[in-house]
Ligand binder design. Structure first.
Ligand SMILES: NC(=O)c1ccc[n+]([C@@H]2O[C@H](COP(=O)([O-])OP(=O)(O)OC[C@H]3O[C@@H](n4cnc5c(N)ncnc54)[C@H](OP(=O)(O)O)[C@@H]3O)[C@@H](O)[C@H]2O)c1
Length: 217
């Protein structure tokens, strides 16, 4: 089971949708149980090819408890407090951090400086007994929410735990059009997170959904 913490937003719903279509059970978590239930219902009703028992919803804590792998999809503003609250139920689990710490001014995105280096490193320091993996920070929610189209992107996966990283790399490639790239350890997650600001600013210029592809490997 994949549990989506803050899963009611476009990124969490988009990833949950893609993984449910790939045959995995997903749980949409929210700060409000009813919002999680409604987001799960919305996915089930819009995409009837997904089995009705594949998508559940409820609180973030229920999502974390139910999950083998938890995916953190809150805004950066809620990242620290959310992880502190859920630490006890995330111990021993793989925690995938999708968060790109950004601020917006006059429609332009900038990366926020994170004391620990990156959101993913902040997560690992808050959750020392979890296996934190940074991934999907550059994957467009709008593209994820259009499952009739393959994604066209690389997902750079960073972790200090090789086995957790390999599991998340395999997970990413369940989404058609995604290639997973080994991004090394969590020290590299900041570059991946910061790239999201550039992609958003490029999207504005080209009125498009840009993504990244690594060449030469
Ligand atoms: N959108 C994209 O295209 C995209 C692409 C790559 C990466 N990301 C990253 O993915 C994450 C989620 O993106 P999103 O666009 O889905 O975000 P969002 O819609 O702003 O937030 C996702 C969910 O987080 C919960 N939330 C909001 N404020 C919170 C807080 N202060 N504390 C705890 N939970 C809070 C809300 O759920 P409830 O109210 O139901 O609790 C909300 O539905 C972000 O960190 C973003 O950087 C997004």
């Amino acid at each position: 089971m994949l549990g989506f913490i803050g899963g009611t937003g476009p990124e969490g719903k988009g990833l949950a949708l893609r993984f449910a279509i790939s045959g995995l059970s997903v749980f949409i978590g929210s700060r409000e149980k009813q919002r999680g239930i409604e987001a799960a219902q919305e996915i089930r009703s819009q995409f009837t090819e997904i089995g009705s028992d594949m998508v559940a919803g409820g609180t973030n804590e229920e999502a974390a408890i139910a999950s083998d792998i938890a995916v953190i999809c809150t805004p950066y503003a809620g990242h620290k407090a959310t992880l502190e609250n859920l630490k006890h139920v995330l111990n021993g689990k793989i925690v995938v951090d999708v968060v790109a710490p950004l601020s917006f001014e006059k429609g332009s995105a900038s990366a926020i400086t994170v004391e620990e280096g990156s959101a993913a490193e902040q997560a690992q320091s808050l959750l020392p007994d979890s296996l934190v993996v940074g991934a999907f920070q550059n994957a467009s929610a709008e593209d994820l929410l259009m499952p009739s189209q393959d994604m066209e992107c690389d997902v750079i996966v960073c972790s200090n735990d090789q086995s957790a990283k390999e599991q998340v790399m395999l997970l990413g490639e369940r989404i058609p059009g995604v290639r997973s790239i080994d991004g090394g350890n969590l020290q590299n997650a900041k570059y991946v997170e910061q790239l999201t600001a550039l992609l958003i600013n490029i999207n504005k210029i080209y009125k498009a959904h840009s993504s990244i592809k690594i060449v030469g490997i």
